[in-house]
Design a protein around this ligand. Structure first.
Ligand code: UD1
Length: 365
């Protein structure tokens, strides 16, 4: 069996790591295609190096652009790659433009396509990611769901027969990385002592409107504890464009770091402030309280369990007020699985392929 993974943006490299390791363990032929959506070494190469992923077999060098131009360029280049590789499965990850381009290129060629992280919804139709994930789920032959909530959503949309609950591969990689970095002293910016928070802001909804971005930055700068703001290139670009200084007050700006460093630094922090989906979950798995600057979250379990708090409008002291809330209740809930999701993904790919299914399995069809 031959599996072709389409990746392109930072969170997809993290998700790819445990899947690539599991496919290698099973001796399954695996081709990695990198669209080039993220090309800065700090957003791309470092993840391959640090997470032990083999270099991509194909690099399409698409780069940045408007959504239509970027997605279209990926679609054309992926089609050529798929025709040359002819995989048994195209595996798409998450909700980026690389995901939807991979999905569309695959189904147009009648290739079997599986979507990892299926069934997540924000129900916010202004988010580009929401369209990417809905379109990909409905095109997929196999929806690999990370949570029970995602499975219920897929059933609600009539996709239950194509869906398998596998757990969250980000749990696999997070738990492994946490165990590897335990006891390592995090390297922090010089201005930051042992009591600090971690912040990341990169979503278009937060960065692209100058008034909203200014409100978020002012709220972060006015906090009582030093806050390390890991600045995604989109954030830096928009801040510069809007003539907005990111550092100042409690904010210490830093370049993005690799995965083990991020896990280590978050573990040592007193809290996370973010609009990243992955980081909300990572904070929960590390049992660090998270405050999310968004109107909704796909990872509703983190909110229900009391470890994540949504602050849609952070101005007028609302962010500070949310951070002053009392400590979340201890929990041993595992809504994102126990770290065996990649194994289940590989098994589902074997079981659910109409032409290559060979083994008796835990997911018969
Ligand atoms: C993309 C995903 C988002 C994901 C995020 C993770 C889409 C629609 N969005 O958003 O879901 O959470 O990745 O980081 O696919 N840039 C660089 N260097 C790079 C890449 C980007 O400087 O290596 C800058 C460019 O100015 C670019 C901007 O960041 O225009 C946005 O990049 P893009 O890949 O379009 O979207 P992200 O905001 O990274």
């Amino acid at each position: 069996m031959k599996v072709l993974s389409v990746v392109g943006a930072r969170p997809q490299f993290v998700k790819l790591a445990p899947v690539a390791a599991e496919l290698a363990l099973r001796g399954i032929d695996h081709v990695i295609v990198h669209t080039g959506q993220h090309y800065d070494p700090s957003l791309s190469e470092v993840f391959f190096d640090e997470l032990g992923i083999a270099a991509p077999d194909r690099y399409l060098a698409i780069g940045s652009g408007s959504h239509g131009a970027q997605t279209a360029a990926m679609l054309a280049a992926l089609e050529t790659a798929f025709i040359e590789e002819m995989p048994d499965w195209v595996l798409t990850y998450g909700d980026t433009n690389s995901t939807v381009a991979g999905a569309l290129a695959a189904v147009k060629l009648h290739l079997h396509m599986a979507h990892l992280e299926a069934g997540l919804r924000s129900f916010n139709r202004r988010m580009p990611e929401e369209h990417n994930r809905v379109l990909t789920d409905h095109a997929a032959d196999l929806c690999l769901a990370p949570t029970e909530v995602a499975m219920r959503q897929l059933a609600h949309e009539g996709l239950v027969d194509r869906s398998v609950l596998v757990g969250d591969v980000m749990t696999d990689v997070l738990l492994r990385t946490r165990d590897a970095v335990i006891g390592r002293r995090p390297v922090l910016p010089a201005e930051v002592g042992s009591r600090y928070r971690v912040a990341t802001i990169h979503r278009a909804e937060n960065t692209d409107d100058p008034r909203r971005l200014a409100e978020i930055v002012a709220a972060l700068q006015g906090l009582d504890v030093p806050t390390i703001l890991f600045a995604h290139p989109r954030l830096r670009a928009r801040a510069q464009q809007h003539d907005l200084e990111l550092s100042g007050g409690s904010v210490v700006v830093a370049d993005p770091v690799g995965y083990p460093d991020l896990v280590n630094i978050v573990t040592g922090s007193i809290g996370v402030i973010t609009d990243s989906g992955g980081l909300q979950k990572e904070a929960f798995l590390l049992r660090v309280p998270c405050t999310t600057i968004r109107t909704e979250t796909e990872w509703i379990e983190t909110v229900e369990l009391g470890w994540n708090h949504l602050v849609p409008e952070p101005g007028s002291g609302r962010l500070a007020a949310a951070l002053a809330r009392s400590a979340p209740p201890p929990t041993d809930a595992a809504p994102y699985g126990i770290g065996d999701a990649a194994r289940r993904v590989a098994q589902a790919l074997v079981d659910r392929h109409p032409d290559v299914a060979t083994s008796t399995t835990d997911h018969p069809h």
